[in-house]
Design a binder for this molecule. Structure first.
Ligand code: GFB
Length: 312
């Protein structure tokens, strides 16, 4: 019986993975899902993680646990974004190899690519130029995780693969206005401004950068395909295939929330990389395609936010 350990099962991505594998089990596939909360297992603790993997013997592992955040959080806490992510992924990747895990899927991020990589960004753009400074620590940690998986594959024949998702959104995201990514931050800011009748909402940067957004459920679908059928050392991009200017995204979210006040742009906050649209043609060639359109995805995420976060 294949036994999947979803590391980070309570986060945006982890919850989507649990939903996807619960659907596979409901469809009759013989999967068993293994999870641990942070209180039960601190993945930064290498010995505890190694013991857990040795004792529980999962056959598959998806590394969806990470210290994540938006541009401001990355900029404000470089130590944690580098150190915590290195500790978590080193524990999991080495522990998985020692425990004889059959297949491991490591999730990185599109921010591993150079700030000015040719668009759309191909996987072979990796390490061809300087990184975006606001998230360089996180990007370096993710590059190290990718390289460690490749090293285990080359040195020991481990079936460890790596996927690089674009910006993600969906239920169970972080909506905190200071530490979250832009899409959930917009939902929260517009919702509060509407509820409190505020005349304006302040957003960061110039609104000119472009971002690609993929719903977490579409990433989970890609993970199922990759864990089953992808076994190559090259990282593989997971993107929606189109991007949008932050200014236009703000209008989409404002419309979904129904906020009619003014938008103000605080240019003292960083824009970050100007664009990071992924070339996902290698994954599309495997038969995957994104299903959740951005407008519907934003509406569904806002409904979830209203039911689960707005009260808080
Ligand atoms: O999503 P975000 O925080 O991260 O910012 P990145 C995307 C763009 O939205 C930036 C602008 O140009 C921000 O300046 N923005 C405007 C805002 N208003 C807001 C706001 O209220 N909150 C936020 N958060 N942004 C992240 C990396 O980069 O991408 C992570 O820092 C990770 O490590 C993630 O890689 C996928 O897309 O710029």
């Amino acid at each position: 019986m294949p036994r999947l350990f979803i590391a980070g099962h309570r986060g945006l991505v982890g919850r989507a993975l649990v939903r996807a594998w619960e659907r596979r089990i409901a469809a009759g596939e013989p999967w068993e899902i293994l999870t641990r909360t942070r209180a039960e297992l601190d993945l930064r603790d290498e010995a505890a993680t190694r013991r857990f993997l040795h004792d529980e013997k999962p056959t598959h592992v998806i590394v969806a646990a990470a210290k994540v955040g938006g541009i401001k959080a990355n900029n404000d806490f470089p130590v944690e974004f580098l150190l915590d992510n290195l500790r978590v992924q080193n524990s999991l990747i080495e522990g998985a190899w020692r425990a004889g895990v059959e297949r491991l899927l490591f999730l990185g991020s599109s921010c591993i690519y150079p700030k000015h990589a040719p668009q759309p960004i191909r996987e072979d753009a990796l390490l061809t130029g300087p990184l975006e400074p606001t998230n360089e620590p996180y990007a370096l940690a993710k590059i190290a995780g990718l390289k460690l998986c490749q090293a285990y594959r080359r040195q020991y024949g481990a079936h460890f693969v790596t996927a690089m998702p674009t910006n993600l959104y969906g239920p169970y995201d972080n909506f905190d206005p200071l530490t979250s990514h832009v899409l959930p931050a917009l939902i929260h800011k517009f919702h509060v401004a509407k509820a409190e009748n505020r005349p304006a909402v302040t957003l960061w940067g110039t609104g000119a950068p472009r971002r690609e957004f993929l719903h977490a459920d579409d990433l989970a679908g890609a993970c199922a395909l990759l864990l089953d059928r992808y076994d190559d050392e090259a990282p593989i991009n997971v993107g929606a295939g189109e991007d949008i200017a932050i200014r236009d995204l703000a209008e989409l979210v404002r419309e979904a929330v129904g906020y009619e006040g003014a938008l103000e742009w605080d240019s003292s906050q960083p824009d970050g990389t100007p664009r990071k649209l992924l070339d996902s043609s290698r994954l599309l060639a495997l038969g995957w395609k994104p299903r959740v359109h951005l407008r519907e995805g934003i509406a569904a995420t806002y409904r979830w936010y209203q039911e689960h976060r707005a009260a808080a």
